[in-house]
Design a protein around this ligand. Structure first.
Ligand code: PEP
Ligand code: MG
Length: 575
């Protein structure tokens, strides 16, 4: 056999070399069985649902321990599927027509999945795999089959058509070198879980992956999104060197994570953490971050029956300020809408939620909600400096209205004799191209800008960030995105305004020279990426980074930019 290269999507960084273990779970299907006793079958359904619920709770606990609370929430969604009244009614209806519980469940679930597939919402469609996972779990209990176990006798690269979250959580992690799947995009659960576990992963490898067999040797390049099956000696030697280098670097990065992040020629950068659940706050200090560069406050508004009160919010915000002081917290006002629905707000159904009532658009249409949050923030910042960041801004009028609202709230609190923040800095996210193009105008009314490259990329490239079929198009290394970043930073600096970055691009060491070269002033990212980013900053001089950026901005495609950056990192040059 000769070496074969299969290209996919880089979903979790790192290099792995090892034998393949093909994961092919058995799919349970049952025949339609009629003439069953209704009461017995209803009781069997109840028992199977209860057993599945219990298993899912254990899996959620396991996921919480292994990867963190945000990822464990995947399983809360699984539990919700089991309680869906429409689904249960369907299944019970079939049982009352004397079908067996197993065949009624199978038919009911299939109907549910077909309905989901028909909804023109890519995010929901991507969740079909989760539904199948749950459906199989209940079917297993109804048919009395044992849960499949992993049969890994040695460390291996897991190759599968697709992987359910529960398969990943149950896998023997110490034996798993990497994950490779034919399906999936960068937002799929396999990508999210692999990143959280620190395991390299390449997804979206397509049908070619079917030709890779158990026991074959493979190289998984999670940096470039490449799988090499049956590699030749030259590729093996090169990748072994690279893997060793990455390991050395990761060790060094961990050791130095509390040190400042300064380039070789002495320019130092604040590197902060993005936080989206209170549980993550503990990681801010331990990962070496200087405070919180993006607090996604919407976590307070999701998965509950009513909006949090002013006092509840104030207490949480104050605790966060105190937890990381004297370093700052950048509080982003709630970014509800888009892929983050909030049922109790009864928002109108939208056919394009990402282009709809999202972020400050919602806040300005429902002033009481935003007013309450601003009151809570200003009071939480009592006696200190406070940074507030507004998401999804697309016009000057919006920022003017937001400023007015903040001033009104300040005045109101003063009149009520409340203690409030001493100095308030107002910033906006640059996520909509219109805001990027208007930076010089917006600089009149804001103190700082923060680049939200996740949304900016989807809006510049017209590629939905949650849609797995356009995942490879939504690439922040696309030259059009980079040119817009350049324009933003230059305009902001001409107006003496600071530019931060809090999109995922900040956590990619490959992008680091570009971010330095473009002139970004502060970086913020998921806590686990902080040590690696600080280490990457230390490898460059500002001048080298500027040179690389000049070259990159003239390239034609995202692929050209990525491959250019791979070749010019000081580390690659040394190999
Ligand atoms: C972004 O859009 O880059 C961002 C940081 O915000 P979020 O991912 O929460 O939309
Ligand atoms: Mg955003």
């Amino acid at each position: 056999m000769s070496e074969r290269r299969i290209r996919g999507i880089a979903a979790s960084p790192g290099i792995a070399i090892g034998p393949v273990y093909r994961y092919e779970p058995l799919l349970i299907t049952v025949e339609v069985e009629a003439g069953q006793d209704v009461a017995t079958e209803l009781a069997r359904l109840e028992a199977a649902l209860a057993a599945a619920r219990q298993e899912i709770r254990l899996l959620a606990e396991e996921a919480g321990r292994a990867v963190g609370p945000k990822e464990a929430a995947i399983f809360s969604a699984h539990e919700l599927f089991l309680q869906d009244p429409e689904l249960l009614q369907q299944v019970q209806g079939r049982i009352r027509q004397q079908q067996s519980a197993a065949s009624a469940w199978q038919a009911g679930f299939q109907h549910y999945i077909h309905q989901l597939q028909a909804v023109q919402n890519e995010y929901l469609q991507a969740r079909v795999l989760d539904l199948e996972d749950v459906a199989q779990r209940v079917l297993r209990h109804l048919t009395g089959q044992a849960e499949e176990s992993w049969q890994l006798s040695e460390p291996a690269v897991i190759v599968a058509h697709e992987l359910t979250p529960s398969a990943i959580v149950r896998c023997p992690r110490e034996q798993v070198l990497a994950f490779c799947t034919a399906q999936g995009g960068p937002t799929s659960h396999v990508a999210i879980l692999a990143r959280a576990l620190g395991v390299p992963a390449v997804v979206g490898l397509g049908e070619e992956l079917a030709g890779v067999r158990s026991g074959q040797a493979v190289i998984v390049d999670g940096e470039r999104g490449l799988v090499i099956a049956e590699p030749e000696a030259e590729a093996l030697a090169r990748y072994r060197r690279q893997a060793q280098r990455l390991q050395r670097r990761a060790r060094q990065a961990e050791e130095d994570r509390q040190q400042p992040a300064c380039t070789r020629d002495g320019r130092c950068y604040p590197v902060r953490a993005n936080v989206q659940t209170p549980e993550e706050v503990a990681a801010v200090r331990t990962c070496g971050a200087e405070g919180i560069g993006l607090l996604r406050t919407e976590f307070l508004f999701l998965e509950r029956r009513q909006a949090p009160s002013e006092e509840e919010q104030r207490e949480i915000y104050r605790a966060l300020i105190e937890a990381v002081q004297p370093a700052p917290v950048v509080f982003r006002t709630f970014d509800i809408g888009g892929d983050k629905p909030v049922p109790y707000l009864s928002l109108p159904r939208e056919s394009n939620p990402f282009l709809g009532l999202r972020g400050v658009r919602l806040g300005l249409q429902r002033p009481p909600l935003l007013r309450t949050q601003l009151r809570a923030l200003l009071r939480a910042g009592a006696g200190r400096e406070l940074r507030i960041l507004f998401p999804m801004v697309s016009s000057y009028e919006e920022v003017e209205a937001l400023r007015r609202l903040v001033q009104e709230v300040e005045q109101e609190l003063r009149q009520q004799g409340q203690e409030l923040a001493e100095r308030v800095e107002l910033g906006i996210m640059i996520e909509v191209p219109a805001a990027a193009l208007l930076v010089d105008v917006l600089a009149e009314v804001v103190d700082f800008f923060s680049l939200g490259t996740n949304d900016l990329t989807q809006y510049v490239l017209a590629a939905d960030r949650t849609n797995e079929s356009t995942a490879s198009l939504a690439d922040p290394f696309h030259p059009a995105v980079l040119r817009l970043l350049q324009l933003t930073v230059e305009a902001a600096h001409r107006c003496q305004r600071r530019v931060e970055i809090c999109g995922e691009l900040a956590s990619e060491p490959l992008a680091l020279p570009l971010l330095l070269g473009l002139g970004i002033d502060e970086l913020s990212m998921v806590p686990r990426a902080v040590p690696r980013c600080k280490e990457a900053i230390r490898r460059w001089t500002l001048q080298e980074a500027q040179q690389v950026t000049r070259e990159a901005l003239h390239l034609r495609t995202a692929a050209e930019v990525r491959s250019y950056l791979h070749t010019c990192s000081p580390d690659e040059a040394a190999s």
